[in-house]
Design a protein around this ligand. Sequence first.
Ligand code: PHE
Length: 345
Amino acid sequence: MLNDKIKELVEKCKSKIAEVKETSATELQKIKSESLGKNSELANMMKCMRDLPGEERPKFGQMVNEARKLLEEAFAEAESKMQEKMLHDKLEKEKVDITLPCDMTFEQTRGHLHPVSLVTNEIMDIFKGLGFEVLEGPEIETDYYCFEALNIPKNHPARDMQDTFYITENILLRTHTSPNQVRTMKKKQPPIKMLCPGKVYRSDDDASHSPMFHQIEGLVVDKNITLCDLQGTLETFAKALFDEKTKTRFRPSFFPFTEPSVEVDLTCSNCGGTGCKLCKGTGWIEVLGAGMVNPKVLENCGIDSEKYTGYAFGMGLERIAMIKYGIPNIKLFFENDVRFLKQFR
Ligand code: PHE
């Protein structure tokens, strides 16, 4: 049993707790330390115990402890009620109104492939269907693989055709993907039927040239390969990429690594060959370079040119994409303006 003074103290404290605002945690904390802390009345009572006669002390101590327990319970209850109330208020405030119309500016947009990737994939699919395997190689090359093995000796005027970024005298950024064909021929004997896509670099910059662009080149080496095989393959390719009516035309040209060499034109995909702005009224559009692999190149790569012949071709992918999609400037591919890119979704 508590004596009256202690009872009164407990009641006083309980009514203080009851008066605390439901959300004032600091106030509750303050009352708690005033009521149970070192300088509280309860603590002082404990200190007074030594003035009591010895036989009364245990009983008194028990009473004070009982009062402390009651108060601790009262505080614990008040604290948990307060936490519950605060959580409830927070949830009320944070309620999401699912009836609000969604803000279209935050619409999640799905990514998609870049137009250059789209044509790359399409072209690779066509050639894969014709039995070509895709092989990739390094973008930083040596002079040997990029030029010398391809029959372009140092100081030869043909080097002017490929405005090269040199890193050192013998190391450079590849100007075409042909070095990868040299690497492949050095590694394996014919039959070879390969395609190499990738980035290439040239010091050239205007509406139709970019210092970095993409190429796909093809190489076929086997017994009895002729210019007719090249023509048939490229015609099949052109019809698959544009449409059935597309015609191909070979014009004589020069590349040190092919002999004979040709430039390949396709009938204009825009006007069908009657002449328009895109083909400058000629009805034809130049799309790639090609030819029969120069026997010197085969020999440089350890392939018997008496036994084997081959053809090779190479094209710029941005150029193909520009023709296919009617894009007037190569820079549009690299500016990453979503208004441009979105059109290829
Ligand atoms: N490698 C040549 C270039 O980039 C393209 C080409 C490849 C021409 C194969 C003929 C044969 O200019």
